[in-house]
Design a protein around this ligand. Structure first.
Ligand code: TPP
Length: 366
């Protein structure tokens, strides 16, 4: 397992991982501070969104507390041209690519269906159907290769694809099919599995007999396991394999071993299916605290941490106010993005809905 930062926040590189450490050598102090700021931002956003759900302002919330290192690290390892296909828990990856966090909250408030406009963003907002995004990513990576945008040594135009999924999703056929297509077509894709050890109430031991990073081998997709609570390992390993994919090395699988510290979503109570001792064990391996210890060892002063805490309070107020201010979407939006061209069936359905609503008179619009 690749680990560059011990649970005590000490940086150290075993000989066999020096190829990854080269990526850390290039980072500046400003990069380290950015990593921490974004991990803290992700956690504060999560806390606020969960509170909003509990107050009836969101239909559902999907917490990612405990997965900050896996997400912020890998997110920064993805290049400025690369495409990202997340599942539904990748709020941290969204942060690293400047995605408007309200676009996530809109989806969970039900005022947006999570449609994606490829002209606007390289982050393909949330897929709820497990594994579907991995097939989409694989198809996209095949297209990138067909368009000749791989291995030209042109950092401005070459690109690779990354897809995120959980340990439970690996049991879906979609993931195996993706591995096969990616391997056969030698596609520029990195599969990033966040093994947070639970698929709702099913433990990872019920999803696999072999370590997940070995899952791709039989299809021709090599893999590696990283300490997913170590932001430096997550960054360096993702950056290296995204670079290689962009250069034409073909697909690669990264398994980030981490832990979902909270509930699966706001709809379940994890105390019903897992031991308090397990949760305590992982709390002691909190990725945010680990990186904080590292930064303090580097001599980063308290002022910085105070400033981050203050920014978190500001973010939570902004998120809260923006959520309350979200307008109900026009009903046409439900139909507008189904097909790229007008479609008679969709037009018929919209006309029916208008007629139905008109049947209520003015009351329908109150
Ligand atoms: C095809 C499909 N089957 C079942 C579900 C219901 N479901 C939603 S989340 C989930 C567990 C997923 O666990 P995992 O892949 O480990 O990701 P995590 O939620 O832990 O990030 C299941 C079974 C679904 N959304 N899609």
């Amino acid at each position: 397992m690749v680990q560059l930062l011990t649970p005590d926040g000490e940086y150290g590189v075993a000989k066999q991982w020096s190829e990854y450490a080269q990526y850390i050598d290039k980072l500046t102090e400003a990069d380290f501070l950015k990593f921490y700021r974004d991990m803290a931002r992700m956690r504060r956003f999560d806390k606020e969104a969960e509170a909003l759900q509990r107050q009836g302002q969101l239909g559902l919330w999907i917490p990612a507390v405990g997965q900050e290192a896996a997400q912020i690290g890998s997110g920064y390892g993805v290049g400025h041209n690369d495409h990202i296909f997340p599942s539904y828990r990748e709020h941290g990856v969204a942060i690293t690519h400047g995605i408007d966090l309200m676009s996530i909250l809109k989806m969970l408030r039900g005022v947006n269906h999570g449609g994606w406009n490829p002209e606007e963003t390289r982050f393909h907002l949330y897929a709820i159907v497990l594994g579907s995004q991995v097939l989409h990513a694989t198809g996209y990576a095949m297209g990138v290769k067909m368009d000749g945008k791989v291995g030209n040594g042109d950092i401005e135009n070459d690109l690779a694809v990354i897809s995120y999924f959980g340990d439970g999703a690996t049991a879906e056929g979609d993931i195996s099919e993706s591995f096969l297509f990616a391997a056969i077509n030698h596609s520029p894709i990195v599969f990033f599995c966040q093994n947070n050890q639970w698929a709702i109430s099913s433990p990872v031991t019920s999803q696999t007999k072999v370590p997940l990073y070995q899952r791709g081998a039989g299809f021709g997709v090599p893999g590696i396991r990283i300490d997913g609570n170590d932001i430096l390992a997550s960054y360096a390993v993702t950056a290296k394999h995204m670079d290689e994919a962009r250069e034409g090395a073909g697909p690669f699988l990264i398994e980030a071993l981490t832990y979902r510290m909270g509930a699966h979503t706001t709809s379940d109570d994890p105390t019903k299916y897992r031991d308090a001792a397990e949760v305590e064990y992982w709390k002691a391996r909190d990725p945010l605290l680990r990186f904080e210890t590292f930064l303090r060892r580097q001599g980063i002063a308290q002022d910085f941490f105070d400033e981050v805490a203050e920014a978190g309070e500001k973010l939570s107020t902004e998120i809260r106010e923006a959520t309350f201010a979200l307008p109900a979407p026009p009903v046409e939006h439900m139909f507008k993005y189904v097909y790229s061209e007008p479609h008679p069936l969709i037009e018929e359905q919209l006309a029916w809905l208008h007629k139905y609503e008109a049947g209520f008179g003015e009351a329908a619009h109150e």
